[in-house]
Design a protein around this ligand. Sequence first.
Ligand code: NAD
Length: 518
Amino acid sequence: MAITTAIETPPGARRRLRIESPATLELVGEIELSTTDDVRAAVETARKAQPAWAALSFQERGQYMLRALKILLERQDEFIDVILRETPRPRMESIQMDIFAACDSLNYYAVQTARFLRSQKKRLHGVLGFSKTLRIVYRPLGVVGVISPWNGPFILSINPAVQALMAGNTVLIKPSSATPYAGKIIGDLFEAAELPKGILTVLLGDSTTGEALIESGVDKITFTGSVETGCKIAAACAERLIPCTLELGGKDPMIVCADANLDYAAGGAVAGSLMNAGQYCCGTERVYVVDSVADEFIQKVVDRVSKLRQRAEGEFDVGAIITLQQMEIIEKHIADANDKGAKVLIGGRRNPNLKGLYYEPTVLVDVTHDMLVMREETFGPIIPIMRVKDEEEAIQMANDTDYGLAANVWTKNKGKGFEIACRIDSGSVCVNDMTVTYGAPEAPFGGWKNSGIGQLNGETGLRGYCHAQPILIDRFGGKQTANSYPYSSKKEVGFQKFIRFLWGTWIGRRVSMVRLPF
Ligand code: NAD
């Protein structure tokens, strides 16, 4: 059984894939994979379309985003239905993760991009400032490739695409082959918004299509996916000297301090670990609770988990595992934990009452750092809880990982929460919340350690789709540089005297930092 299966095609014909629903195992559809020639042609079209797109004002580009926003609002149920066929989860999760987040992204960047990317005048300090002025212009890179994963196929494609577009680039999206339709509807959305041809194109395909996209001469790759693939993407981009941002996997820790509100913390652990059935890049994957409150906290978590509903339709709380490969990883981690002495308090198996790919929400205790479930990304509805002596030990444990995507700390003392957050080596940290930084464009989002390179969202993200080009203008029309030669010993002595004055006297050091007011 597999969710995506290759369909046999005659030699020379286009490759095709059959997509089945992980909830019902019924056919969702069949797709034709883009060939290398398709990818090349799409990149060429995108490149031709880019100068005219870049020539529009931020406001004009923003109008297309706002038109797409209006259509998304009107047709949101239709979009949710498509997304849920491939990624069966509670409808509420798609409303939050896909629709809410995409609406915010379209509106935010339509309105705010001008503020972050308009050209800036900078005053130079010291000697250079007397003779030159500086402007920084944010030039779009050109054609951007967005390669996205199956766990959040809509939002993780549209959000980077909106940022790249607003910065003046044209965009090609390559969604995961396990979730092609959630990517395809982004193309449909912008087509309905009358975005001119070639500005945004969706290329359906698998890893071969992704490789072709990198090879086809794009100017940047924004990749979201696993560490293993991220390394390959980084190498392929390095060979072509093109920049990439890599948003990769995580093993996100949660710390429950002795003074935490245990009801809230238990709720946070359940939501953080079980949202999207745990297939959430910033999902909580390890919980460290201070021993003095551990029994009470664990009981509260188990009570909450025992009330959750897992179904294939109607109202429910925990959805399906999206791919068979992911189900196998979850089962391997739980089997390994069992073998090494962990105790399952609830769950711990595939849901025997459902025919699709469902794993029961699971709480594990007596876990240790030699278990896969505490070291490798599980990406399933699993809450492994480990007791620690105190918060100090919790911080050490939280940092004992190769990953560093996100983390969360629970305490009634916000100041203490902040101090602990500052000591966790992860891309972002939340205090008294599960990880929500991806949804806050003011917060640069990205991984640390093996969880990625570069950051997305907000000012940082937008500027990542540009080359910041400094333009230095001489106030005197180039007179000084024109008189550079001839060099002489007299000039050398004079210049060294000047250096000694500038940084060897207090008044000189002041002069060296002066900025002219114009
Ligand atoms: P994946 O790495 O298998 O695939 C991601 C995408 O890369 C897919 O579109 C795939 O077709 C493409 N691809 C695969 N090999 C390629 C190659 N050699 N060249 C070019 N493209 C290639 O990841 P996945 O299994 O789809 O997604 C799950 C992973 O994504 C998890 O590890 C999760 O933590 C991570 N993720 C990270 C974030 C984040 O923001 N840091 C967000 C969501 C998911």
